[in-house]
Design a protein around this ligand. Structure first.
Ligand SMILES: Nc1nc2c(c(=O)[nH]1)N[C@H]1C(S)=C(S)[C@@H](COP(=O)(O)OP(=O)(O)OC[C@H]3O[C@@H](n4cnc5c(=O)[nH]c(N)nc54)[C@H](O)[C@@H]3O)O[C@H]1N2
Ligand SMILES: Nc1nc2c(c(=O)[nH]1)N[C@H]1C(S)=C(S)[C@@H](COP(=O)(O)OP(=O)(O)OC[C@H]3O[C@@H](n4cnc5c(=O)[nH]c(N)nc54)[C@H](O)[C@@H]3O)O[C@H]1N2
Ligand code: SF4
Ligand SMILES: [Mo]
Length: 745
């Protein structure tokens, strides 16, 4: 007889509520949890197959050290002592710029990030690299300039909107919104609402959209500029909104006048009347947009995000119900790292700033490691992240990682990155530990779920947060904790809190390492560093968060943080923890003017030059690579690199090289044959799929394959085809526009 446990899916940012049946300490069945207030019984096939994720054949159960090219098991004490020693030597010989932390990217657990970042900072380095830096560098940098902080994000208020624009987003497969398929289908079917897809191909979302603009790949910036120009020429700007909430429109408005919109629409290969009609709808109805990788990893990534924000501001959709709102957050996703502040580091070779709310762009990494500059990267801790398959340019990264003096990987499996490490440290899975995520995307209520362990981990496995604590301790970074304080951790939390404050007041050095102090006290008593960090987070929650909690109905009081913590424990199914003030949503804007600022001097030249003529020549492909590779479509048969056991896709056509029937015919290819795709970075071979859904002239390969499992390789690692230098000025790889060719093999 087993027991059903309330938990959540750890595979994507939606973290849908799940119930999992556990028998004899083994997860055996999964069903959606109707009691979860955000997902309300919604889950997709990935979540329902999460048992494959929990029990991969290459699960790590002991700390491993590489000796003469082979991994041998070592004790925790040996592993941590040796890593601490090596780190100390590297840092004393070469300074803090030699160290990077790569992580803070998990879809199922964010607590590791606060420990990794605290350790990094304490050791004097700013080099944090996350997967966010390979999707959001441009867009979050733009948010920093226009909304005041890089972590102030906006998202569609999908339940109130009249028009939802899926812009380079295939929500029907990728979700990226609570209950995405249900919500998108409902909008598409509602006679009073309009679902728009702006996507070069007939994606699963485009297929159910009321309007599909099949834009030529890479033309989004030109299209948005055109749309703004159409609105300006017909005088349809939302002047009242602009006067109240927007700064700088008069300064940039001339860039949108005297613009040849007809020529621009032709370059985008769209229908002029359709585009004009859409802009007319956009100035007469409440619209919202969800941009995603087609925009972020598209050509002109940063400019795309800038122009979309200008368009939204001109139409007055930000901070308004049914438009794009700033969701409340339990915890910001990163911090504001303005590169104009001289204290903020840049990468040594490419001089890239950490534009994605504190994360440097992974595309910069190969050069940072392989340079002979004295400040090169020499040591890295990779935590809950798989750069060797996920980040651009596997060949360059492989070479770079092999040149590190020290590579430590925290993972649950022998990932492709772990294979290159000097030490591999075994983690508890997210079903064996306490953890939660801070992805927002609900409005007006703010959601949180702290998942609890539902199965016992293999004895030697630890939370990544606990591993960071062991390392910090061994390196002498945590002040001695008095016995009285340690003892108080097993008793009443508020009494512990009072003692902690008292001790902290006389030990100011403890403040910069507070997550570690909590982990060594409460975390020890609870066998979870992550859970202790949650308590710390609730007790020190910023004013805005507390205001949101009171608005939802929590009562005021000095113990509010502790009561919220208890409420979270009392609701394993997840709960609403706050409510934003939607009527005053733009109060969250933190620019100097308090308004949405439209002038970004660094982008003005690119914006000014952008027109049909310059784009037409710039878009031309070299004769050697006449096709465009979309390197990394996110499909229902992948979940980044997290699903390892290939059995979960048994009988499905999981990884293919897809092209349009016309292209197949012109090249004499048949569905199912083996073909080779070549780019500047390299080549890959695989099975051809011929599909009407693909835009002619493009080649689609999913992201997330190239898995090495049980001695075999499954599917194509698409990052063998991407070059780390094919990137936006802020470092985002241009994975949706990779020139390529295809031939039979
Ligand atoms: N099933 C599944 N779901 C996932 C993931 C997964 O691996 N599998 N991963 C998750 C993660 S981490 C992320 S970030 C998201 C990503 O979610 P999405 O961004 O929705 O994923 P993509 O498949 O890249 O879809 C982007 C769309 O942009 C289109 N596109 C390509 N080029 C252009 C262009 O030039 N202009 C425009 N306008 N569109 C273009 C593509 O045709 C595609 O339909 O998915 C998340 N959800
Ligand atoms: N070419 C190309 N590349 C891409 C993309 C693309 O579209 N094209 N999409 C990209 C996007 S949007 C993203 S977000 C990144 C994602 O790339 P990553 O951030 O690398 O994410 P994941 O593949 O989710 O894997 C993270 C690692 O965490 C480990 N892990 C899973 N669960 C646990 C756990 O419970 N505990 C611990 N300790 N470890 C665990 C997994 O085994 C895996 O090795 O990849 C990207 N790479
Ligand atoms: S949508 Fe995401 S969180 Fe929900 S079940 Fe699917 S993979 Fe899991
Ligand atoms: Mo992502």
């Amino acid at each position: 007889m087993g027991e059903w446990h309330k938990t959540g899916c750890v595979l994507c940012a939606q973290n849908c509520g799940l119930e999992i049946l556990v028998e004899d300490n083994r997860m055996v069945r999964v069903r959606p949890d109707k009691a979860n207030p955000r997902s309300e019984g919604y889950a997709c096939r990935k979540g329902l197959n999460v048992i494959y994720h929990q029990y991969p054949a290459d699960r790590l159960t002991r700390p491993l050290k590489k000796v003469n090219g082979e991994f041998i098991p070592v004790s925790w004490d040996q592993a941590i002592s040796e890593i601490a020693e090596k780190l100390k030597i590297t840092l004393s010989d070469h300074g803090p710029r030699a160290l990077a932390y790569m992580g803070a990217s998990a879809q199922g657990g964010h607590f590791e990030a606060s420990f990794g970042l605290t350790l990094l900072r304490k050791l004097g380095s700013q080099y944090m690299y996350t997967s966010g830096g390979q999707e959001f560098s441009g867009s979050w940098w733009v948010q920093g300039r226009m909304f005041g902080k890089q972590y102030i994000l906006t998202g569609p208020d999908e339940h109130e909107t009249e028009i939802l624009i899926a812009w380079g987003w295939n929500g029907m497969e990728s979700h990226q919104m609570p209950q995405a398929r249900k919500v998108l289908a409902a909008i598409g079917k509602d006679p009073d609402r309009i679902l728009v897809s702006i996507d070069p191909r007939k994606s699963e979302t485009a297929a159910i959209a009321n309007i599909h603009l099949p834009i030529r790949p890479g033309c989004d910036a030109l299209l948005v500029k055109t749309m703004i120009a159409m609105i300006v020429s017909e005088g349809r700007e939302n002047t009242e909104y602009i006067n109240k909430h927007v700064e700088g429109w008069d300064a940039i408005r001339p860039l949108f006048t005297d613009f040849d919109v007809k020529a621009a629409v032709a370059v985008c290969e769209l229908d002029y009347d359709e585009v004009l009609n859409l802009t007319r709808l956009m100035t007469s109805k409440r619209w919202s947009f969800h941009p995603d990788l087609g925009i972020y990893m598209g050509r002109r990534s940063t400019l795309n995000s800038y122009l979309l924000n200008i368009l939204g501001a001109v139409c007055g959709i930000f901070g308004k119900r049914g438009g794009n709102v700033i969701p409340g957050m339990v915890m910001p996703l990163g911090y504001h790292a303005d590169e104009r502040n001289p204290k903020i580091w840049k990468t040594v070779v490419s001089q890239m700033p950490p534009a994605a709310a504190g994360s440097f762009p992974p595309s910069a990494l190969p050069d940072e490691i392989l340079t002979d500059h004295p400040d090169r990267l020499r040591a890295a801790i990779v935590s809950v992240c798989n750069p060797l398959r996920s980040w651009p340019d596997t060949q360059a990264l492989e070479k770079a990682f092999s040149n590190l003096d020290l590579l430590v990987v925290h993972d649950i499996v022998m990932s492709e990155t772990a294979r290159l490490a000097h030490y591999v440290l075994p983690c508890r899975t997210f079903y064996e530990s306490w953890d939660g995520t801070f992805f927002p995307w609900t409005c007006p209520n703010i959601y949180f779920q702290m998942r609890r362990p539902i199965v016992t981990p293999p004895v030697e496995c630890l939370e990544a947060s606990q591993i960071f604590t062991l390392l910090a301790d061994k390196m002498g970074l945590i002040p001695d904790i008095p016995e009285e304080l340690a003892a108080a951790a097993t008793g009443d939390r508020m009494t512990f809190g009072a003692k902690l404050m008292e001790w902290g007041a006389t030990h100011p050095e403890s403040l910069s390492v507070m997550p570690f102090v909590l982990a060594k006290t409460l975390g020890k008593a609870w066998d979870s560093a992550a859970l202790s960090a949650l308590w710390g987070l609730m007790m020190t929650a910023p004013k805005d968060f507390r205001k949101n909690a009171l608005r939802l109905g929590f009562e005021k009081g000095f113990d509010l943080g502790d009561r919220m913590f208890q409420a979270i424990l009392d609701h394993p199914e997840g709960l609403w923890v706050g409510k934003t003030d939607v009527d005053d949503n733009l109060a969250a804007v933190k620019t100097p003017s308090g308004k949405i600022e439209l002038v970004i001097p660094e982008l003005s030249e690119e914006l000014e030059k952008l027109d049909a003529r310059t784009e037409a020549s710039d878009l031309a492909l070299p004769a050697e690579f006449p096709l465009i590779l979309n390197a990394g479509r996110h499909t229902d048969k992948t979940m980044n690199t997290q699903m390892r056991n290939p059995e979960w896709n048994k009988g499905k056509r999981a990884c293919t090289i897809a092209i349009h029937p016309d292209l197949a015919q012109s090249m004499g290819f048949a569905d199912g044959e083996r073909v080779r795709v070549t780019t500047l970075a390299g080549f890959a071979e695989g099975e051809l799929e011929v599909s009407e859904e693909v835009r002619n002239g493009t080649v689609l390969i999913p992201h997330g394959f190239g898995l090495i499992y049980d001695g075999k390789t499954y599917g194509i690692n698409v990052n063998h085809l991407t070059s780390h230098t094919h990137r936006d000025p802020l470092g985002t790889p241009i994975h949706r526009f990779v020139p390529c060719r295809i031939e039979s093999c």
